[in-house]
Design a protein around this ligand. Sequence first.
Ligand code: HEM
Length: 271
Amino acid sequence: MNKSGCDGSILLERASERTEIPNRTLRPESFQILENLRQIVHGKCGRVVSCSDILTIAARDAVFLTGGPDYEVPLGRRDGVTFAPVNQTLVDLVPPTANVSTILSQFARKNLNVTDVVALSGAHTIGISSCSSFTNRLYPTRDPRMDPTFAASLMQICPALDSTGVTVLDVRSPNTFDNLYYADLYSRQGLFNSDQNLRHDARTLGYVTRFFINQTFFFRMFVDSMVKMGQLDVLTGTQGEIRANCLRRNSDNQHVSSVVKENLGSSSTMR
Ligand code: HEM
């Protein structure tokens, strides 16, 4: 969650946000895929759809295509023209070492409640992490909240505190969007401290349990929270711009005004 909100700033190739520690495993090809999608959309419709909307739709489709729920997303965002300040990502993103109190208060700053915290953490049902995000749970001593067999397998992938390897977030079904992330937590096989602690704190345990026993309920709550999070600090109307290249602001793209006509307003209301 970035201070500048859902404005596509993460896509900008000059943004420090892209290279700061929490975002380092984001694959360069995924940024290019979003730019390729923009080319297709703008080729058909002109420059009326923002990169932040394309990103929101792509995230929605990634959830569905990996087995998760399908859902409608409000559209009409415009793209940011400012970069997040250096190190802002570290300030805004909760570290994986965080305890539940820190997570709840950081999310509350964005008006996200305890249900949102547990449901959105369920996104860790897919994806990967670098060793550095969790080796503090292995060395110098194993976190007692981590299953010893799970710890042993992680130690093979990440043999030292500063190992540079990567591993999956959800050991049971790493490429499927399902509720087995919550089964991981029940078996003390959550990867991050921030994940595992949700199972050990009275404020979050109830939702961990409900999502673990009822995938339909998890999907419903996840959708609500995603839609809510996707509307944080959005730009609409005449704010920001519609980028002609998702990876650059229009002002960084010298030829843009001569190549494509600005089309203000045509996608400017949230639907
Ligand atoms: C308590 C809040 C959260 C913490 C502490 C957290 C932490 C992390 C960390 C440390 C990584 C691995 C990054 C790396 O090693 O490079 C990661 C990956 C990931 N996170 Fe989170 N996260 C949180 C919330 C969320 C939310 C709200 C979502 C989405 C709804 C999300 C979706 C993902 C996904 C999909 C990945 C995998 C990325 C990939 O495969 O490249 N996380 N998270």
